[in-house]
Ligand binder design. Structure first.
Ligand SMILES: [Zn+2]
Length: 120
C-alpha cells in the first residue's frame, strides 16, 4: 500500500470518527432535549392542576364573607353563619379550614381565634 493510499485511508477514518462523534453528541443533545421536554410537560401539568385548585378555591370562597369580630378578621360562611374559615389558611395556603371548639382553633395551622362568639 502506498503512502498516499495510507494517508487517504487515515483521512477517511478521521472523517468517519468525526461524523460518529458528531452523531454521538447529537444523540446526547436529543436525549437531553427530550428530558427537558418531559420535565416541562410535568411542570405544565402540575401548574394546570394548581390553577384548577385555585379556581375551585375562588369559587368556594364566593360562599364566604369577611367579617371582623373583636379584632379578628375571619371568613364566615354565607349559608351557615356558625362556620368560620381560618383567615391564615385562606390567605397563605388558599385552603378553607373551619375553626373548631370553644376557642375557635384552626385544625390545620393550629391558630387560635379566641373571641367571645356570644356577642353576635
Ligand atoms: Zn389555619
Amino acid at each position: 500500500m502506498s503512502l498516499t493510499q495510507n494517508l487517504k485511508d487515515i483521512s477517511a477514518t478521521v472523517r468517519t470518527l468525526a461524523i460518529a462523534k458528531d452523531k454521538s453528541e447529537l444523540l446526547e443533545l436529543l436525549v437531553s432535549a427530550r428530558e427537558d421536554a418531559l420535565a416541562l410537560q410535568e411542570e405544565n401539568s402540575n401548574l394546570k392542576k394548581q390553577i384548577e385548585s385555585y379556581d375551585r378555591f375562588d369559587k368556594e370562597m364566593e360562599n364566604y364573607i369577611r367579617i371582623s369580630i373583636n379584632g379578628y378578621n375571619i371568613y364566615q360562611n354565607n349559608e351557615d353563619s356558625v362556620l368560620y374559615a381560618c383567615p391564615h389558611c385562606v390567605k397563605e395556603h388558599k385552603k378553607i379550614h373551619f375553626l373548631q371548639g370553644a376557642s375557635f382553633q384552626c385544625p390545620s395551622c393550629k391558630t387560635f381565634f379566641p373571641w367571645n362568639a356570644s356577642h353576635q
